[in-house]
Design a binder for this molecule. Structure first.
Ligand code: PSV
Ligand code: MN
Length: 433
């Protein structure tokens, strides 16, 4: 038995009796409220949120980076860490890759065949690809200092398009089915960029990428109100994202990164509007307090996360045609063990999903029809305040995961073991988020 499996068995044995007690108590409470706890466990078991490959390394800020021990140095090692997350929480078999950070080697260990074999071994799969034209890579000819897909120079745009097409080819070889494009293009000074023309160029470049999409793939475009450009960004908000997606092509959809909005923006309303417009592609989950997109999902504004899932579950239950958003984490772990952060965040996301099933939707519709805001809020709060932890733990146990993933992970000694096996390298390509 591996150290991880032994730690799961051992910690689960210790946590089982308290879980049974809490589960039975919650079941009585939910029976009274006419919710079927077994149906909720099934929902939790069916939920999926993808892990970003770049999240298993320690992140950094522009002021510095403080690497942790045992950081993965190669894609194969990143997959191993994703495998740990998945074996403990059981809702994260999908992975999002970032190219060129995760570019497979041409041959030998780390090539596409070995990546596919390792994925199979670990019960993982590559869900989506992400391009990177927000940094210059050593091997490239032209610089992205003044933009990429919207650059004034056709040759730079073409280089960025080619990079995206290469991402599609790599993703195809690895079994992915979606591609996310986030660009850092924008301006730091008024007048630096011609707003209308840069948007024209951006759309034209995306059309070329869209034309190269393999069958069955979706193209997600991700907006961000600022950073790295601090005066303006080319794809700055969800409305622009929607309009661009419409012009780019029918498989182009908007992706919502929770940290990419101005403070206090009503993200749940944006989500509802994108659903209404049939334009919601997916999510990058994280949290933020001020203007960053790097904190762990659910760590700062759990009620916001719940309200977002309230919209998603509402749409799911209504059976809106074509409604199939992709859920991914995208956060930077600067001061925690990335594996612990990813597990905790995945659990916060599924928590919000399950809580959203506890909204009495018939009663909410009635409160809305009667213009009764207090009753409407009470209904949402009743769902949000319900501690669904026993449901989530029960779902994990039934799938062979850990009742307390962080406890099991710490007991396994995984980090200490990889710290010995993975001496640090100068630049691991991880965590530059
Ligand atoms: C940009 O802030 C972003 O949210 C995009 O999704 C990038 O691909 C990712 O972070 C990593 O830098
Ligand atoms: Mn993102």
């Amino acid at each position: 038995m591996s150290a991880l499996a032994a730690a799961v068995a051992d910690t689960n044995a210790r946590c089982q009796a308290p879980l049974d007690e809490d589960y039975a108590h919650l079941q009585r409470q939910l029976d009274r409220r006419r919710f079927d706890i077994e149906a909720l466990v099934a929902r939790a078991m069916g939920f999926r949120v993808a892990i970003p490959s770049w999240g298993v390394g320690t992140g950094g800020t522009r002021f510095g980076r403080f690497p942790g021990p045992g950081e993965p140095r190669t894609l194969l090692e990143k997959l191993d860490d994703c495998g740990v997350v998945q074996s403990l929480v059981r809702i994260t078999p999908g992975i999002s890759l970032h190219i060129p950070w995760d570019k497979p080697r041409d041959s030998g260990p780390g090539d596409a065949a070995s990546i596919r074999a390792r994925l199979l071994e670990l019960g993982l799969s590559i869900e989506s690809m992400n391009s990177n034209t927000f940094q210059d890579q050593g091997s490239q000819q032209l610089s992205y200092k003044f933009g990429s897909l919207s650059h004034t120079d056709y040759a730079v745009r073409q280089q960025a398009i080619d990079h995206n097409l290469e991402c599609l080819a790599i993703g195809r070889a690895l079994g992915a089915s979606a591609h996310t494009v986030w660009i850092g293009d924008g301006g730091n000074f008024p007048g630096q960029i011609h707003f209308r023309r840069s948007l024209d160029r951006y759309i034209e470049s995306l059309q070329a990428i869209h034309a190269g999409l393999p069958d069955g793939w979706r193209l997600f475009i991700e907006h961000k109100c600022y950073e790295p450009a601090f005066y303006s960004t080319v794809l700055n908000d969800w409305g622009t994202s929607y309009l661009c997606a419409r012009e780019v092509g029918e498989r182009c959809l908007s992706l919502v990164d929770l940290g990419h909005h101005a403070p206090n923006v009503n993200i749940e309303q944006i989500v509802a509007q994108l659903i209404r417009l049939r334009a919601l592609g997916g999510f990058h989950f994280n949290d933020s307090k001020f203007g960053d997109d790097d904190l762990d999902a659910g760590s700062i504004k759990p009620f916001q996360l719940f309200l977002i899932f309230n919209e998603l579950v509402d749409a799911e239950q209504e059976g809106i045609p074509g409604f199939a958003p992709a859920y991914m984490l995208d956060q930077s772990h600067n001061v925690t063990d990335p594996i612990e952060s990813l597990m905790t965040s995945a659990m916060e996301v599924v928590r919000a999903y399950v809580q959203a099933h506890l909204v009495d939707r018939a009663a909410l519709a009635e409160a809305q029809a009667n213009n009764d805001p207090m009753r409407a809020l009470q209904l949402l709060k009743a769902a949000f305040r319900t501690d669904v932890s026993p449901i989530l733990a029960e779902a994990r146990v039934r799938e062979g995961g850990a009742i307390d993933p962080v406890m099991a992970y710490r007991a396994s000694g995984y980090r200490g073991a990889v710290a010995k096996a993975r001496p640090p390298v100068a630049s691991s390509g991880s965590g530059i988020v």
